[in-house]
Design a protein around this ligand. Structure first.
Ligand SMILES: Cc1cc2nc3c(=O)[nH]c(=O)nc-3n(C[C@H](O)[C@H](O)[C@H](O)COP(=O)(O)OP(=O)(O)OC[C@H]3O[C@@H](n4cnc5c(N)ncnc54)[C@H](O)[C@@H]3O)c2cc1C
Length: 308
Protein backbone atom coordinates (compact mmCIF):
# COMPACT_ATOMS: atom_id res chain seq x y z
CA UNK A 1 0.00 0.00 0.00
CA UNK A 2 2.90 2.30 0.85
CA UNK A 3 4.54 1.64 -2.52
CA UNK A 4 1.27 2.29 -4.31
CA UNK A 5 0.85 5.60 -2.44
CA UNK A 6 4.38 6.63 -3.45
CA UNK A 7 3.79 5.64 -7.09
CA UNK A 8 0.66 7.80 -7.07
CA UNK A 9 2.61 10.85 -5.89
CA UNK A 10 2.68 10.67 -2.07
CA UNK A 11 5.80 12.04 -0.41
CA UNK A 12 6.83 9.34 2.07
CA UNK A 13 8.67 10.26 5.27
CA UNK A 14 10.08 7.59 7.57
CA UNK A 15 9.56 9.28 10.93
CA UNK A 16 8.15 9.12 14.46
CA UNK A 17 5.66 11.82 15.35
CA UNK A 18 6.34 13.29 18.79
CA UNK A 19 3.99 16.23 18.92
CA UNK A 20 1.12 17.79 17.01
CA UNK A 21 0.53 21.54 17.44
CA UNK A 22 -3.11 22.50 16.94
CA UNK A 23 -3.90 25.89 15.34
CA UNK A 24 -6.42 28.17 16.99
CA UNK A 25 -8.42 28.80 13.82
CA UNK A 26 -9.72 27.07 10.68
CA UNK A 27 -6.99 28.29 8.34
CA UNK A 28 -3.56 28.13 10.04
CA UNK A 29 -1.41 25.03 9.59
CA UNK A 30 -1.05 22.08 11.96
CA UNK A 31 2.59 21.70 12.96
CA UNK A 32 3.95 18.15 13.22
CA UNK A 33 7.14 17.65 15.22
CA UNK A 34 8.81 14.39 14.26
CA UNK A 35 12.07 12.49 14.23
CA UNK A 36 13.21 11.81 10.67
CA UNK A 37 14.67 8.30 10.41
CA UNK A 38 15.94 8.51 6.85
CA UNK A 39 19.53 8.97 8.08
CA UNK A 40 21.65 6.86 10.42
CA UNK A 41 20.98 6.56 14.17
CA UNK A 42 17.99 5.34 16.14
CA UNK A 43 17.01 8.75 17.51
CA UNK A 44 16.43 10.33 14.09
CA UNK A 45 16.78 13.97 13.18
CA UNK A 46 14.22 16.37 14.76
CA UNK A 47 12.14 18.04 12.04
CA UNK A 48 8.95 20.05 11.63
CA UNK A 49 6.24 19.80 8.99
CA UNK A 50 3.33 22.17 8.41
CA UNK A 51 0.14 20.64 7.03
CA UNK A 52 -3.48 21.59 6.29
CA UNK A 53 -5.02 18.30 7.44
CA UNK A 54 -4.02 15.27 9.50
CA UNK A 55 -5.26 11.68 9.34
CA UNK A 56 -4.30 9.84 12.51
CA UNK A 57 -3.67 6.21 11.47
CA UNK A 58 -1.20 5.58 14.28
CA UNK A 59 -2.86 2.65 16.03
CA UNK A 60 -4.30 1.96 19.47
CA UNK A 61 -1.83 4.21 21.34
CA UNK A 62 -2.40 7.07 18.89
CA UNK A 63 -0.52 10.27 19.66
CA UNK A 64 -2.70 12.12 17.21
CA UNK A 65 -5.79 11.05 19.20
CA UNK A 66 -4.18 12.36 22.37
CA UNK A 67 -3.25 15.65 20.73
CA UNK A 68 -6.85 16.34 19.71
CA UNK A 69 -8.23 15.07 23.04
CA UNK A 70 -10.28 12.40 21.25
CA UNK A 71 -11.16 10.65 24.50
CA UNK A 72 -10.32 7.15 25.66
CA UNK A 73 -11.81 3.75 24.94
CA UNK A 74 -11.95 0.53 26.92
CA UNK A 75 -9.58 -1.99 25.50
CA UNK A 76 -8.84 -5.68 25.59
CA UNK A 77 -5.31 -7.07 25.50
CA UNK A 78 -4.32 -9.50 22.77
CA UNK A 79 -1.36 -11.63 23.70
CA UNK A 80 0.14 -14.13 21.28
CA UNK A 81 3.17 -16.29 20.75
CA UNK A 82 4.40 -16.98 17.24
CA UNK A 83 5.42 -20.64 17.29
CA UNK A 84 7.27 -22.53 14.56
CA UNK A 85 5.92 -26.06 14.72
CA UNK A 86 7.19 -29.19 12.95
CA UNK A 87 6.16 -29.47 9.30
CA UNK A 88 3.81 -32.43 9.80
CA UNK A 89 2.00 -30.49 12.53
CA UNK A 90 1.88 -27.35 10.36
CA UNK A 91 0.11 -29.41 7.69
CA UNK A 92 -2.93 -29.56 10.01
CA UNK A 93 -3.16 -25.76 10.12
CA UNK A 94 -2.69 -25.20 6.37
CA UNK A 95 -6.44 -24.83 5.85
CA UNK A 96 -7.61 -24.26 9.39
CA UNK A 97 -7.89 -21.57 12.05
CA UNK A 98 -8.87 -22.59 15.56
CA UNK A 99 -10.93 -20.61 18.07
CA UNK A 100 -11.06 -21.80 21.68
CA UNK A 101 -13.56 -20.67 24.32
CA UNK A 102 -13.70 -21.33 28.05
CA UNK A 103 -12.77 -19.70 31.35
CA UNK A 104 -9.39 -21.48 31.22
CA UNK A 105 -8.34 -19.68 28.00
CA UNK A 106 -10.26 -16.38 28.23
CA UNK A 107 -12.83 -15.18 30.71
CA UNK A 108 -14.43 -12.65 28.36
CA UNK A 109 -13.16 -13.20 24.81
CA UNK A 110 -11.56 -16.18 23.05
CA UNK A 111 -8.20 -17.80 22.43
CA UNK A 112 -6.81 -18.98 19.11
CA UNK A 113 -4.34 -20.91 17.03
CA UNK A 114 -4.12 -19.13 13.69
CA UNK A 115 -1.84 -20.21 10.84
CA UNK A 116 0.60 -17.51 9.72
CA UNK A 117 1.96 -19.00 6.48
CA UNK A 118 4.93 -21.00 7.86
CA UNK A 119 4.20 -20.89 11.61
CA UNK A 120 1.22 -20.46 13.95
CA UNK A 121 0.12 -17.68 16.28
CA UNK A 122 -1.13 -19.04 19.60
CA UNK A 123 -2.81 -16.42 21.73
CA UNK A 124 -5.59 -15.13 23.92
CA UNK A 125 -7.63 -11.96 24.20
CA UNK A 126 -8.99 -10.60 27.45
CA UNK A 127 -10.31 -7.43 29.03
CA UNK A 128 -8.11 -8.16 32.04
CA UNK A 129 -4.95 -6.09 32.03
CA UNK A 130 -3.41 -8.06 34.89
CA UNK A 131 -0.21 -9.68 33.59
CA UNK A 132 -0.55 -12.71 35.86
CA UNK A 133 -4.09 -13.39 34.55
CA UNK A 134 -2.90 -13.11 30.96
CA UNK A 135 -0.02 -15.56 31.61
CA UNK A 136 -2.47 -18.03 33.15
CA UNK A 137 -4.83 -17.78 30.17
CA UNK A 138 -1.93 -18.18 27.74
CA UNK A 139 -0.85 -21.30 29.64
CA UNK A 140 -4.47 -22.46 29.23
CA UNK A 141 -4.51 -22.18 25.44
CA UNK A 142 -1.05 -23.76 25.19
CA UNK A 143 -2.34 -26.69 27.23
CA UNK A 144 -5.46 -27.10 25.12
CA UNK A 145 -3.50 -27.04 21.86
CA UNK A 146 -0.55 -28.95 23.37
CA UNK A 147 -0.66 -32.03 21.17
CA UNK A 148 -0.98 -29.95 18.01
CA UNK A 149 1.92 -27.60 18.73
CA UNK A 150 4.23 -30.10 20.42
CA UNK A 151 7.89 -29.62 19.49
CA UNK A 152 7.27 -26.00 18.53
CA UNK A 153 9.72 -23.15 19.06
CA UNK A 154 8.57 -19.67 20.10
CA UNK A 155 9.92 -17.16 17.60
CA UNK A 156 8.13 -14.00 18.76
CA UNK A 157 5.91 -12.80 21.60
CA UNK A 158 3.42 -9.98 21.04
CA UNK A 159 0.99 -8.04 23.23
CA UNK A 160 -1.09 -5.07 22.18
CA UNK A 161 -4.28 -3.23 23.17
CA UNK A 162 -7.41 -3.90 21.12
CA UNK A 163 -9.97 -1.07 21.19
CA UNK A 164 -13.42 -2.13 22.35
CA UNK A 165 -15.40 0.73 20.86
CA UNK A 166 -14.85 3.96 18.88
CA UNK A 167 -13.35 6.98 20.63
CA UNK A 168 -15.82 9.69 21.71
CA UNK A 169 -14.37 12.10 19.11
CA UNK A 170 -13.03 10.84 15.78
CA UNK A 171 -12.99 14.12 13.83
CA UNK A 172 -11.80 17.30 15.53
CA UNK A 173 -11.05 20.39 13.44
CA UNK A 174 -9.15 19.21 10.35
CA UNK A 175 -7.88 16.06 12.07
CA UNK A 176 -9.55 12.68 11.47
CA UNK A 177 -8.82 9.33 13.07
CA UNK A 178 -8.98 5.97 11.27
CA UNK A 179 -8.35 2.32 12.14
CA UNK A 180 -7.34 1.43 15.69
CA UNK A 181 -6.65 5.11 16.41
CA UNK A 182 -10.40 5.68 15.96
CA UNK A 183 -11.31 2.40 17.71
CA UNK A 184 -12.70 0.40 14.79
CA UNK A 185 -12.14 -3.18 15.94
CA UNK A 186 -15.30 -5.29 16.03
CA UNK A 187 -16.37 -7.03 19.21
CA UNK A 188 -16.76 -10.80 19.27
CA UNK A 189 -14.26 -11.48 16.46
CA UNK A 190 -11.66 -8.81 17.27
CA UNK A 191 -11.28 -8.08 13.58
CA UNK A 192 -9.56 -4.78 12.82
CA UNK A 193 -7.45 -5.06 9.66
CA UNK A 194 -10.32 -4.73 7.20
CA UNK A 195 -11.87 -1.83 9.13
CA UNK A 196 -8.53 -0.02 9.40
CA UNK A 197 -7.98 -0.19 5.64
CA UNK A 198 -11.59 0.63 4.84
CA UNK A 199 -11.80 3.64 7.19
CA UNK A 200 -8.52 5.00 5.79
CA UNK A 201 -9.98 4.78 2.34
CA UNK A 202 -13.36 6.26 3.27
CA UNK A 203 -11.70 9.17 5.07
CA UNK A 204 -9.34 9.86 2.16
CA UNK A 205 -12.19 9.69 -0.34
CA UNK A 206 -14.16 12.23 1.71
CA UNK A 207 -11.17 14.60 1.67
CA UNK A 208 -10.71 14.23 -2.09
CA UNK A 209 -14.42 14.83 -2.65
CA UNK A 210 -14.52 17.95 -0.47
CA UNK A 211 -11.19 19.57 -1.24
CA UNK A 212 -12.09 20.92 -4.69
CA UNK A 213 -9.02 19.50 -6.44
CA UNK A 214 -6.79 20.22 -3.43
CA UNK A 215 -7.63 23.94 -3.33
CA UNK A 216 -9.24 23.90 0.14
CA UNK A 217 -9.12 21.85 3.35
CA UNK A 218 -12.49 20.40 4.38
CA UNK A 219 -13.77 21.54 7.77
CA UNK A 220 -14.86 19.46 10.79
CA UNK A 221 -18.55 19.73 9.98
CA UNK A 222 -18.02 18.54 6.42
CA UNK A 223 -15.77 15.61 7.42
CA UNK A 224 -18.21 14.51 10.08
CA UNK A 225 -20.89 14.26 7.42
CA UNK A 226 -18.86 12.81 4.55
CA UNK A 227 -16.73 10.40 6.59
CA UNK A 228 -18.14 9.72 10.07
CA UNK A 229 -21.82 9.66 9.18
CA UNK A 230 -21.15 7.41 6.20
CA UNK A 231 -18.98 5.12 8.35
CA UNK A 232 -21.55 4.76 11.10
CA UNK A 233 -24.33 4.18 8.57
CA UNK A 234 -22.32 1.49 6.75
CA UNK A 235 -20.93 -0.40 9.75
CA UNK A 236 -22.94 0.72 12.80
CA UNK A 237 -25.26 -2.32 12.72
CA UNK A 238 -22.31 -4.74 12.41
CA UNK A 239 -20.68 -3.25 15.52
CA UNK A 240 -23.93 -3.32 17.47
CA UNK A 241 -24.78 -6.95 16.62
CA UNK A 242 -21.26 -8.17 17.45
CA UNK A 243 -21.32 -6.20 20.70
CA UNK A 244 -24.57 -7.91 21.72
CA UNK A 245 -23.22 -11.35 20.70
CA UNK A 246 -20.10 -10.84 22.82
CA UNK A 247 -22.17 -9.71 25.82
CA UNK A 248 -24.56 -12.68 25.54
CA UNK A 249 -22.19 -15.49 24.63
CA UNK A 250 -18.75 -14.71 26.10
CA UNK A 251 -19.69 -14.27 29.72
CA UNK A 252 -19.76 -17.82 31.15
CA UNK A 253 -18.91 -21.36 30.16
CA UNK A 254 -22.64 -22.15 29.99
CA UNK A 255 -23.23 -19.34 27.49
CA UNK A 256 -20.18 -20.49 25.50
CA UNK A 257 -21.61 -24.01 25.30
CA UNK A 258 -24.76 -22.48 23.85
CA UNK A 259 -22.64 -20.46 21.39
CA UNK A 260 -20.79 -23.58 20.21
CA UNK A 261 -24.05 -25.52 19.84
CA UNK A 262 -25.60 -22.67 17.88
CA UNK A 263 -22.59 -22.44 15.54
CA UNK A 264 -23.17 -26.08 14.56
CA UNK A 265 -26.29 -25.01 12.67
CA UNK A 266 -25.79 -24.69 8.90
CA UNK A 267 -28.04 -21.60 8.64
CA UNK A 268 -26.08 -19.87 11.40
CA UNK A 269 -22.87 -20.76 9.57
CA UNK A 270 -24.19 -19.35 6.30
CA UNK A 271 -25.43 -16.15 7.93
CA UNK A 272 -22.14 -15.68 9.78
CA UNK A 273 -20.05 -16.40 6.70
CA UNK A 274 -22.00 -13.97 4.51
CA UNK A 275 -21.96 -11.27 7.20
CA UNK A 276 -18.22 -11.75 7.69
CA UNK A 277 -17.48 -11.75 3.99
CA UNK A 278 -19.61 -8.74 3.08
CA UNK A 279 -19.02 -6.87 6.37
CA UNK A 280 -22.65 -6.20 6.81
CA UNK A 281 -25.44 -7.82 8.79
CA UNK A 282 -26.86 -9.92 5.94
CA UNK A 283 -30.58 -10.45 6.51
CA UNK A 284 -31.75 -14.07 6.35
CA UNK A 285 -35.21 -14.85 5.02
CA UNK A 286 -37.77 -14.43 7.83
CA UNK A 287 -38.37 -18.19 8.26
CA UNK A 288 -34.66 -18.93 8.62
CA UNK A 289 -34.33 -15.94 10.97
CA UNK A 290 -37.15 -17.32 13.11
CA UNK A 291 -35.56 -20.77 13.18
CA UNK A 292 -32.20 -19.29 14.20
CA UNK A 293 -33.78 -17.23 16.97
CA UNK A 294 -35.66 -20.26 18.32
CA UNK A 295 -32.50 -22.39 18.18
CA UNK A 296 -30.47 -19.67 19.91
CA UNK A 297 -32.93 -19.43 22.77
CA UNK A 298 -33.08 -23.25 22.93
CA UNK A 299 -29.27 -23.45 23.10
CA UNK A 300 -29.15 -20.82 25.83
CA UNK A 301 -31.76 -22.67 27.89
CA UNK A 302 -30.10 -26.06 27.39
CA UNK A 303 -26.71 -24.54 28.29
CA UNK A 304 -28.35 -23.11 31.42
CA UNK A 305 -26.90 -19.77 30.32
CA UNK A 306 -30.00 -17.83 31.31
CA UNK A 307 -29.87 -18.94 34.94
CA UNK A 308 -29.03 -16.05 37.30
C1 LIG B 1 -2.20 -10.05 18.74
C2 LIG B 1 -3.19 -9.44 17.81
C3 LIG B 1 -3.82 -10.23 16.86
C4 LIG B 1 -4.73 -9.68 15.97
N1 LIG B 1 -5.32 -10.48 15.02
C5 LIG B 1 -6.14 -9.94 14.10
C6 LIG B 1 -6.68 -10.75 13.05
O1 LIG B 1 -6.45 -11.96 12.97
N2 LIG B 1 -7.49 -10.15 12.14
C7 LIG B 1 -7.78 -8.81 12.20
O2 LIG B 1 -8.51 -8.30 11.34
N3 LIG B 1 -7.27 -8.01 13.19
C8 LIG B 1 -6.45 -8.55 14.12
N4 LIG B 1 -5.93 -7.74 15.11
C9 LIG B 1 -6.27 -6.30 15.12
C10 LIG B 1 -5.46 -5.58 14.02
O3 LIG B 1 -4.09 -5.91 14.15
C11 LIG B 1 -5.62 -4.05 14.14
O4 LIG B 1 -6.99 -3.74 14.25
C12 LIG B 1 -5.05 -3.37 12.88
O5 LIG B 1 -3.69 -3.68 12.74
C13 LIG B 1 -5.22 -1.85 13.00
O6 LIG B 1 -4.55 -1.23 11.94
P1 LIG B 1 -4.05 0.27 12.06
O7 LIG B 1 -3.34 0.56 10.78
O8 LIG B 1 -5.18 1.14 12.48
O9 LIG B 1 -3.04 0.29 13.29
P2 LIG B 1 -1.59 -0.48 13.43
O10 LIG B 1 -1.59 -1.76 12.66
O11 LIG B 1 -1.32 -0.53 14.90
O12 LIG B 1 -0.61 0.54 12.70
C14 LIG B 1 -0.27 1.78 13.27
C15 LIG B 1 1.02 2.23 12.65
O13 LIG B 1 1.32 3.55 13.12
C16 LIG B 1 2.68 3.60 13.48
N5 LIG B 1 2.84 4.62 14.55
C17 LIG B 1 2.36 4.59 15.81
N6 LIG B 1 2.70 5.70 16.49
C18 LIG B 1 3.44 6.45 15.63
C19 LIG B 1 4.09 7.72 15.75
N7 LIG B 1 4.05 8.43 16.88
N8 LIG B 1 4.74 8.19 14.67
C20 LIG B 1 4.78 7.47 13.51
N9 LIG B 1 4.19 6.28 13.34
C21 LIG B 1 3.52 5.78 14.38
C22 LIG B 1 3.02 2.20 13.99
O14 LIG B 1 4.41 1.97 13.90
C23 LIG B 1 2.21 1.34 13.01
O15 LIG B 1 2.94 1.06 11.85
C24 LIG B 1 -5.02 -8.29 16.02
C25 LIG B 1 -4.38 -7.48 16.98
C26 LIG B 1 -3.48 -8.05 17.86
C27 LIG B 1 -2.82 -7.16 18.87
Amino acid sequence: MRDRARDLGANLINGTVHKLEIPSNDTDSYVIHYADHSGAGLQGEPKVLKVDMVIGADGANSRVAKAIDAGDYNYAIAFQERIRIPEDKMEYYKERAEMYVGDDVSTDFYAWVFPKYDHVAVGTGTMSVNQRDIKKLQAGIRKRAAHRIEGGEIIKVEAHPIPEHPRPRRVVGRVSLVGDAAGYVTKCSGEGIYFAAKSGRMCAEAIVELSAAATRAPLEKEMKKAYLKKWDKTYGATYTVLDILQKVFYTSDAAREAFVEMCDDIDVQKLTFDSYLYKTVVPANPLVQLKITAKTIGSLIRGNALAP
